[in-house]
Design a protein around this ligand. Structure first.
Ligand code: HEC
Ligand code: HEC
Length: 304
């Protein structure tokens, strides 16, 4: 309750709460004072049938007193009266931090041990990989799949084809800093459908896929002029900017002619492309120890 923007609402709520409690107390005193056994009300039916008003049973009134006293005590100890913090200094975040700190103390020695190991050994450590598996399922599986084989647009982490590099340091950087490869829309630059199809035919020839051979020459020229600066003259990609290797037969965004043509025409993560294929940064979301465990886990998927 410390997020009031002005004191007015804080006082308003505090006063309303206190007035409400005082009213309840007054009501309890008032109904208790009337010692008459049962009084008649003004409700009369059928000429002489009157409704009686019985006094509330004592156990019922006492229950309310107990509740009332409890709420006063509660409001003194816990935050509840406007922005008054309560004598107990309890906060939601404080409680959370306390629980996290307790957990941290429990797991710290374990993480210290893991951090002291190299990635190769860590990837063979059963306990560490059990923990990494759970962290992966909780944080990564929704995009990369529970088996890490990915989906269209979300890389298969078992393929061995790395856009950003498969060394432990590369993987750690991918996870902690995030990655967003940008591929511009090139449909217009290539002169429309024919140019797109030609470049797609050329790309497919590089990885031995069926293609229209009559378009190859045109495709190769268009490739050199428009694609080589990012994907390389040998088409093996460029890890610094996450440009895919176009010769390895792994197609993150789909390996059909249509899927490739769509990528070339509209780009990836460009204004024209539908879908946002970005790898979020986990620095600050996961601890350094957790990221290190994941690095070993992901590295281990293809290197164990
Ligand atoms: C919101 C979806 C999403 C989540 C969640 C996500 N990723 Fe990714 N990840 C991606 C996308 C999309 C890419 C490809 C980025 C690119 O190349 O532009 C990627 C790329 C990567 C890469 C680089 C692959 C390469 O080819 O070099 C690694 C490693 C990776 N993710 C690991 C993880 C791990 C570990 C987690 C969990 C902590 C995770 N990802 C969570 C979407 C996600
Ligand atoms: C400015 C640099 C840049 C240029 C120019 C560029 N690309 Fe790309 N391309 C990328 C990046 C980066 C990715 C990976 C994007 C991602 O996955 O997030 C990519 C991805 C692709 C993919 C998807 C690969 C897969 O695994 O599914 C294809 C196909 C592709 N590019 C073809 C081309 C062709 C053909 C050209 C030229 C007509 C071209 N690119 C020009 C940067 C570029």
């Amino acid at each position: 309750m410390s997020d009031f923007t002005s004191n007015f609402w804080s006082y308003y709520i505090a006063i309303m709460t206190v007035v409400g409690l005082v009213f309840c107390a007054w009501l309890l005193v008032a109904v208790g004072r009337d010692k008459g056994k049962a009084s008649e009300t003004t409700h009369v039916w059928d000429g002489d049938l009157t409704e009686l008003n019985h006094q509330l049973p004592n156990w019922w009134r006492w229950l309310f007193w107990v509740l009332l006293i409890f709420s006063v005590g509660y409001l003194i100890y816990y935050p509840g009266l406007g922005s008054f913090k309560g004598l107990g200094n309890w906060t939601q975040t404080g409680q959370f931090d306390k629980e996290m700190a307790a957990l941290d103390n429990q797991t710290r020695p374990m993480y210290d041990r893991f951090m002291a190991m190299n990635v190769e050994d860590l990837a063979k450590d059963q306990q560490a990989m059990g923990m990494a598996e759970r962290i992966f399922q909780n944080n990564c599986a929704r995009c990369h799949g529970s088996d890490a084989r990915g989906f269209i647009g979300f890389p298969n982490l078992r393929s061995g084809a790395w856009s950003w590099g498969g060394e432990p340091a590369d993987i750690e950087q991918s996870v902690s800093g995030g990655r967003t490869g940008f591929m511009p829309p090139l449909g217009e630059t290539l002169g429309g459908e024919l140019g797109v199809n030609a470049v797609v035919a050329y790309m497919r020839s590089l990885s031995g896929l069926d293609h229209d051979a009559s378009l190859l020459l045109r495709g190769e020229i268009l490739y050199e002029d428009n694609c080589a600066m990012c994907h390389g003259t040998d088409a093996k990609g460029m890890k610094d900017i996450g440009a895919s290797d176009l010769t390895d037969g792994v197609w993150v965004h789909g390996g059909s002619e249509r899927a490739m043509a769509k990528v070339v025409e509209f780009g990836i993560n460009s204004d024209l492309a539908d879908g946002d294929f970005a790898m979020p940064a986990y620095q600050g979301v996961l601890s350094r120890g957790q990221i290190y465990l994941l690095t070993a886990y992901v590295w281990g998927l293809t290197n164990r």
